[in-house]
Design a protein. Structure first.
Length: 308
């Protein structure tokens, strides 16, 4: 108690943590192998205080980031381990998948040659599936091509060289007993490349579909606008034809003027009658009108002026 009274608690903690660093960290000794003179220096501390100081010293020694560093190191080790496993794996490509064969069946048939990690089969084109259904053929989902990932690339290469071009076999009652393997080992090809390619194809297909939908919408809007315009023009033509019919027939015109609300329905399908207008014509003047015009005789004029 006198020791704690004469010295502050902070100095005590720093001193004890420094001793713990020397005893547990720098020398890295196990508890049974601790020197007796060092263990005697901690007799005044309880077990809880010793553990607390040990944790404090480790916290100071690690720079205050013990948990974070451990998590990062574990994640890094895990990624390095998985990356090393990916480098050892090999991928085989199947150019043709027999009818009625699904991923589980393919995995079961190829797992006898080695450990298989992942299997992916591309579904058949929906148009071809519809054609098969209409033709009365097998209606289940078929696949066009596939990829198989083996845990060891050497096993994948050996399986591809051994099975390519060979009969699938198995039970004779199987639907693909007489089919042939079409398998090839893809050198320096990883499963990430396949996922990137699938994502790129999916994005391209979605973009193409969006462009087709927008083009169809534009065509629809253009057609609807033309339909509305044609309806407006047809209504205008009908009104003009009715008006012309009323002007040509005096009886209908008078009836329409007397009762404008109940105008007679005029046939629209009748052809338009041509109206010939006649105007009063004047007599044309000849070109030699000045020569033909009558004049007085010279004798008459001489007698009139000479007598005066």
């Amino acid at each position: 108690m006198d020791f704690y009274r004469s010295t502050s608690i902070i100095d005590v903690l720093e001193e004890k943590s420094h001793r713990l660093e020397q005893a547990f960290l720098w020398e890295d000794c196990e508890p049974p192998q601790r020197p007796s003179e060092q263990s005697k220096s901690f007799t005044g501390l309880s077990r809880f205080a010793a553990l607390f100081l040990l944790g404090l010293s480790r916290y100071r020694y690690q720079g205050g980031k013990v948990g974070m560093d451990i998590t990062r190191k574990s994640k890094k080790k895990k990624l390095v381990k998985e990356g090393g496993k990916d480098e050892k794996r090999g991928v085989c490509y199947l150019g043709r998948i027999p009818p009625r064969m699904d991923p589980s069946t393919l995995r079961q048939m190829l797992s006898q040659f080695g450990e298989i990690q992942r299997v992916y089969l591309t579904p058949q084109d929906p148009s071809a599936q519809v054609h098969n259904i209409r033709a009365g053929k097998f209606q289940r989902q078929n696949f066009s091509e596939g990829w198989v990932e083996f845990s060891d690339k050497r096993v994948a290469k050996r399986v591809a060289n051994m099975l390519n071009g060979e009969q699938i076999g198995g039970r004779k009652r199987s639907s693909f007993y007489y089919d042939l393997w079409n398998i090839k080992y893809l050198s320096k090809f990883k499963w990430d490349d396949l996922t990137e390619e699938i994502a790129y194809k999916k994005a391209t297909r979605e973009q193409k579909l969006a462009l087709e939908i927008s083009a169809a919408k534009r065509e629809r809007d253009f057609y609807l606008s033309k339909v509305d315009k044609s309806r407006a023009l047809s209504c205008i033509e009908e009104r003009l034809k009715k008006k012309q019919k009323v002007e040509e027939d005096p009886g209908l015109k008078q009836k329409a003027e007397e009762d404008p609300e109940n105008k007679p329905d005029l046939p629209v399908s009748q052809p338009k009658r041509e109206v010939i207008r006649r105007f009063r014509q004047k007599t044309p003047v000849a070109d030699n009108a000045a020569e033909i015009r009558p004049r007085l005789s010279k004798d008459i004029l001489a007698g009139v002026f000479g007598g005066s």
